[in-house]
Design a protein around this ligand. Structure first.
Ligand code: RUB
Length: 314
């Protein structure tokens, strides 16, 4: 290993980006937390002498983190806000600027935690006693909501999809078994078979667009489609800051395409394998977005965000 490679491995940003890329850290929320923590660590260890150098370091970190997963606006909004605070700070002392990173990071993490709790409080009320809920992939926001419902004494069952190709559904299944929830594990293509046997479908989100469409793990739009056919209410559970402001100004949210080896390791030569990580669920399929501001219609999402987090649009 070369000196540069060793140095890169020790750097908190490269370590975090690598974990995010490899899905050792998964889910929009955990990705954002890992990126924020790494940025805070980078700032506390900086050897920069001038503000210009410090900012250059932060901008480099931003590029590396944003490149680690393309469909994660919560991470992007967080890092953008933190760097913005440093840029606005007129102080020239690096210690003070590093403190700004730390204060902004801690505040963001605290707000994120509060949102998670608020979402769980609101959403848990929709989990009726003796109901069955279907979920797809692993969303820490969804499982937190379900844990809250359980703490509130609600008895319910979960059906979770395995979520090919990386099987994040196994994490959901384990978390549900840990809180004594009766859990059934199904293959993704059994979604339609089970959808008319459940009372509710709940999924997380990676990104929300200005039109109120939701981007989440590949297969989510299929779940939404079959939920509509089965007349099963379909809810998205998400922090508002998963909103991507660039979609307001014409950009499309990028859909990350992952390594083909995740789908088939020793695939025959010349076989084309496609592995998109996410898909878009149109707002018409979504009953409501359960967020920190309540259960809102996907149609009103941009308006609610503009009111609650006006800085996102700047
Ligand atoms: C995870 C996924 C989750 C959202 C929401 O995909 O699609 O539903 O990220 O998760 P991956 P959370 O495993 O590819 O990251 O509520 O934890 O933010």
């Amino acid at each position: 290993m070369t000196c540069t490679q060793v140095k890169a491995l020790r750097d908190p940003i490269s370590i975090a980006a690598e974990k995010i890329r490899k899905l050792e850290v998964q889910g929009g929320r955990n990705v954002a937390i890992a990126a924020i923590t790494a940025t805070e660590n980078l700032a506390s260890q900086t050897k920069a002498i001038t503000k210009k150098e410090f900012l250059r370091e932060l901008h480099r970190a931003r590029e590396t983190l944003f490149g680690s997963r393309e469909t994660e606006p919560l991470m992007r909004n967080a890092i953008r806000l933190i760097i913005d605070q440093v840029e606005k700070n007129t102080d020239k002392s690096i210690r003070k600027l590093a403190e700004t990173v730390s204060t902004a990071s801690e505040r963001f993490l605290k707000d994120l935690e509060n949102s998670k709790e608020r979402i769980a409080e609101i959403g848990a009320k929709r989990i009726r006693n003796n109901s069955t809920i279907l979920t797809h992939c692993h969303s820490s926001t969804v499982t937190h909501l379900l844990k809250k419902a359980r703490q509130d004494g609600r008895v319910f069952e979960i059906i979770c999809t395995e979520t090919r190709p990386v099987f994040q559904g196994k994490t959901t299944a384990r978390e549900m078994l840990d809180i004594d929830v009766k859990t059934t594990f199904i293959i993704d293509s059994a979604m339609r078979f089970f959808m008319n046997k459940v009372d509710l479908a709940i999924v997380g989100a990676d990104a929300i667009t200005s039109e109120g469409n939701v981007i989440n793990k590949i297969g989510t739009s299929m779940a939404a489609l079959v939920a509509q056919e089965a007349r099963t209410p379909f809810y998205v559970v998400s922090e508002l800051l998963k909103f991507d402001p660039a979609t307001m100004y014409g950009d499309y949210e990028k859909i990350e395409e992952r390594d083909a080896a995740e789908v088939w390791k020793d695939a025959p030569k010349n076989l084309i394998i496609r592995n998109p990580a996410f898909d878009v669920t149109r707002r018409d399929f979504i009953h409501g977005i359960i967020c920190e501001e309540g259960i809102i219609s996907p149609h009103s999402v941009a308006e609610v965000i503009r009111r609650k987090y006006p800085w996102v649009f700047r």
